[in-house]
Design a protein around this ligand. Structure first.
Ligand code: AMP
Length: 302
């Protein structure tokens, strides 16, 4: 089943203890779409500038990624720059240049309007809602990501769009900020009151925790000997998670648990290189192999 994502397609400059790149293709929607395309066809809604050329487009072509909803505007693409601490657990944003993203007004091509699985990437909640308003049939699943900027800056529009959301995928700090609860289980109960009945808390190197109103599930991050660049791990997790759900076509406890594992697996490829390179190169066989290792990693008998 087709999956729609709205979010940023960007250029990133990244510095980690293991290296530095001045300009690489990034953006939440890029990571999400590449990750999800390992499982299901993806439709991107985004805006890029004149600096987004055939070279960048080629990264998406030849995969199950539809670019009809990517608007080409005059000016430069969104640019983000960040630096990671020695242990890579903290990152400082050095620059955020919105450029063409400042006037982004997502418009769904006609062919996107029947999408059944929707991921509202981290953008202005009013725009997230406008995407939902353009969808013709009631979607099977709406999932949403957001960040501190929108939680504190535009709480009311965020609450409105959360009412129409079934799955919220955010990190632990954002969960606490959104709910005012330090304890994540209490925070989850507060999230359920806002709309979503499934909360997926992304916890970086500690993996991810899913709290559903009927069950809980936790996955570790896949253990790797070398992490080069954590950028995009969260968006790739979301892409693997939603891509798997869309390919399964239904939401139940079993598919949600598997989706968590595939999210973590796909995120583990992303962090092995700067930018989207390793994620884009990952083969189906490698993804399945890591998913199998995961089940060994976490299996035990009582
Ligand atoms: P993650 O590491 O999963 O949080 O994702 C990082 C990606 O998000 C980078 O490729 C950035 O280009 C993109 N990004 C950073 N800040 C923003 C923002 N304010 N809005 C949308 N996308 C952003």
């Amino acid at each position: 089943m087709s999956l729609l994502v709205v979010g940023s397609v960007a250029f990133d400059a990244i510095e980690t203890p293991l290296g530095k790149v001045d300009r690489t293709l990034g953006g939440a929607a890029s990571y999400f779409a590449l990750a999800a395309s390992h499982f299901t066809p993806v439709r991107i809604v985004a805006v890029v500038g004149e600096d987004f050329t055939k070279k960048e487009e080629a990264v998406f072509r030849g995969r199950k990624i539809d670019l009809e909803g990517v608007e080409h505007a005059k000016g430069k693409s969104f640019f983000w720059s960040g630096r990671y601490s020695m242990n890579m657990n903290e990152r400082t944003t050095l620059a955020t240049e919105l450029n063409v993203f400042a006037n982004f007004n997502p418009t769904l091509p006609d062919s996107y309007r029947e999408s059944q699985f929707i991921f509202l990437g981290n953008i202005d909640p009013t725009l997230q809602r406008s995407v939902l308003q353009q969808v013709r049939r009631k979607p099977k699943v709406v999932a949403l990501d957001t960040m501190n900027y929108w939680i504190s800056g535009t709480p009311e529009p965020l609450k409105q769009v959360l009412k129409e959301t079934q799955i919220l995928l955010i990190n632990d700090d954002e969960t606490r900020q959104l709910t005012g609860e330090h304890n994540l289980l209490r925070a989850a109960r507060a999230v359920f009151k806002l709309g979503p009945k499934t909360l997926v808390i992304k916890r970086g190197e500690h993996g991810a925790l899913m709290v559903h109103d009927k069950f809980m599930f936790s996955v570790p991050a896949f253990p790797l000997e070398e992490v080069k660049d954590p950028t995009g791990a969260g968006d790739s997790f979301a892409g693997g998670f939603m891509g798997y759900l869309a390919s399964a076509g239904k939401i139940n406890e079993r598919t949600l648990r598997s989706a968590m594992v595939y999210g973590s697996v796909v995120g583990s490829f992303t962090v092995e290189s700067f930018g989207v390179d390793r994620l884009a190169r990952a083969k189906r066989k490698e993804i399945v192999a890591r998913a199998k290792l995961f089940s060994k990693l976490t299996a035990f008998r009582l």
